[in-house]
Write a protein that binds this ligand. Structure first.
Ligand SMILES: O=P(O)(O)OP(=O)(O)OP(=O)(O)OC[C@H]1O[C@@H](n2cnc3c(O)ncnc32)[C@H](O)[C@@H]1O
Ligand SMILES: [Mg+2]
Length: 486
């Protein structure tokens, strides 16, 4: 086993994040790959067989696809149900959260009275009691199932006032029972620690079983000489969830709990059913293909998308190779043509998002010419000839008002068509000015700058251009569009 391989960490949902947070702090050289089985959480009410099956699926994925060197079950219920089975069947070391928590509690208790809060599954398994009694048979153990706490955390309500009241209420019996140590026997619970602390009082030692597990991981890495010697940046850690709908909540909690400035990159694992057997598969996100043969446009669109922080893999059309068919732009409006471009490419890339732009210059004194014919006004994509034609047609005409329009059409699998338009007004000069940009840029004077588009920097043009404005408009609707379907 390569010591620089990642460590896998699995949980039923967001609870395991409390373990990974501590692990990232204490093990800066390790890379972690985390799976939260959000599609099938909570594990508490599940049968032992179910929990074993799910845990195996996650372990198999991490071993075969990610070559993990060690597996950490960052979930008490899964540890209670599946740890020994996994340890027997897997060839890599497997660490659970119960034994480290039980050991720490036994060391901490002075009056030999320990409380445990956990899921019903963990409580019913008596796994903590068994471990605690291995270290001291006479220790009194009081266990209480708290399934509601899990749901409150998973629903991102762990800081709500109502949650505080629930926690205060539920934990009141422990105050009377005389415990001096309380095990947070579910990895979700450290997120509720401020409320739990308030409920049981300062004098009680709280044991975070997840935190204790980090010592067990360290010991195991040392014993097997598996410490990574590459310093990993924890931004490289990968987070997976199994459900689509919860991904947002997971992302919000994870970004917040792990104190990340940027939203975490949370990926999706699909539960694939092959008759009786299930396994997990990574679903790759659709690409955003820019359906344009105009490299100038592509460069502009990529820069603007980058500026507005679009989190998609942007792919230019030419990377699709020879399979790209010819697109006949015979529509009478920009939208018709942009739709045609997008739909033509969608046929060869049905799983991707396709963004097309149809744009052009409309001159008031020429009744909107060249308009949809901008690219082929005089010669097909012959900028020189097209500019000359405009200058000739406007010779002697004093009214020089004109407008650039960009109509963007975005399509995607099972998505409605999204249209965004941007326009910019300007004046047609009497000769070419500037060398930047493309098309009619040398003739289009922007009054605000008293310069033509060709005299502006790319960044300046993108701030005010028809394309820049259309993309900003598109960006406003994009998050909603990405979520929705038809
Ligand atoms: O169709 P695709 O492959 O996207 O590339 P294209 O260049 O043919 O694009 P259009 O069919 O939309 O034609 C737009 C024409 O309008 C002109 N045009 C559009 N936007 C422009 C801009 O930002 N600056 C200068 N001219 C522009 C230019 O002549 C373009 O060729
Ligand atoms: Mg075209």
């Amino acid at each position: 086993m390569n010591k620089n391989n990642p460590i896998g960490m699995i949980d039923s949902g967001v609870g395991g994040l409390t373990v990974i947070k501590e692990a990232q702090k204490q093990l800066p050289n390790e890379q972690f790959i985390f799976i939260g089985d959000t599609a099938r959480m909570p594990y508490g009410p599940r049968t032992t067989d179910e929990v074993i099956a799910y845990t195996f699926q996650m372990a198999n994925y991490l071993i075969t696809e990610k070559q993990i060197k060690m597996l950490v079950i960052a979930c008490n219920t899964a540890t209670a149900c599946a740890l020994t089975v996994l340890q027997k069947k897997l060839t890599i070391p497997v660490i659970g959260v119960i034994q480290p928590g039980a050991q720490a509690a036994q060391l901490a208790t002075k009056n030999k009275t320990i409380g445990i809060i956990a899921t019903d599954g963990t409580v019913n398994s008596k796994a903590y009691e068994l471990q605690i009694h291995q270290y001291g048979a006479d220790t009194k153990v009081l266990s209480q199932g708290e399934p509601d706490f899990v749901q409150l955390v998973e629903a991102n309500k762990y800081q709500d006032h109502a949650t505080r009241d629930i926690v205060m209420n539920h934990l009141a019996p422990f105050k009377a029972a005389g415990i001096d140590t309380l095990i947070l026997g579910c990895t979700h619970f450290p997120l509720l620690e401020p409320f739990i602390r308030e409920a049981v009082g300062k004098q009680i030692t709280l044991i975070d079983s997840g935190r204790e597990t980090i010592y067990a991981i360290k010991q195991c890495l040392n014993k097997l000489a598996l410490n990574s010697d590459i310093k990993h940046n924890h931004d490289e850690d990968i987070y997976y969830t199994t459900s689509d709908s919860d991904d947002d909540t997971f992302k919000v909690i994870a970004t917040n709990w792990l104190a990340r400035i940027h939203e975490l990159d949370v990926r999706h694992l699909k539960i694939v059913d092959n008759g009786t057997l299930q396994h997990l598969e990574e679903i790759s996100m659709p690409r955003l293909i820019l359906a344009s043969n105009n490299q100038h446009k592509i460069i502009e669109i990529e820069a603007i998308l980058n500026d507005i922080g679009i989190n998609l893999t942007v792919t230019p059309l030419n990377s699709l190779g020879d399979s790209v068919p010819e697109i006949i732009e015979d529509g009478t409006t920009f939208e018709e043509n942009a739709t045609k471009k997008a739909m033509t490419i969608a046929k060869i890339a049905p799983n991707d998002y396709i963004l097309a732009d149809d744009s052009g210059l409309s001159i008031d004194a020429l009744n909107g010419e060249p308009g949809v014919y901008s690219a082929r006004y005089a010669g097909d994509h012959d900028d020189q000839a097209n500019n000359d034609k405009v200058l000739n047609k406007l010779e002697g005409i004093t009214s020089r008002e004109a407008q650039f329009t960009s109509v963007l059409v975005l399509v995607g699998p099972n998505k409605p068509k999204l249209v965004a338009t941007g326009t910019v007004r300007g004046l047609i000069t009497d000769q070419r000015y500037g060398d930047n940009g493309f098309g009619y840029d040398p003739l289009f004077l922007v009054p605000q700058f008293d310069k033509t588009f060709a005299q502006l920097t790319a960044n300046e043009k993108n701030q005010v251009s028809h394309r820049g404005l259309a993309l900003q408009e598109l960006g406003k609707h994009l998050p909603e569009w990405l979520k929705g379907g038809v």
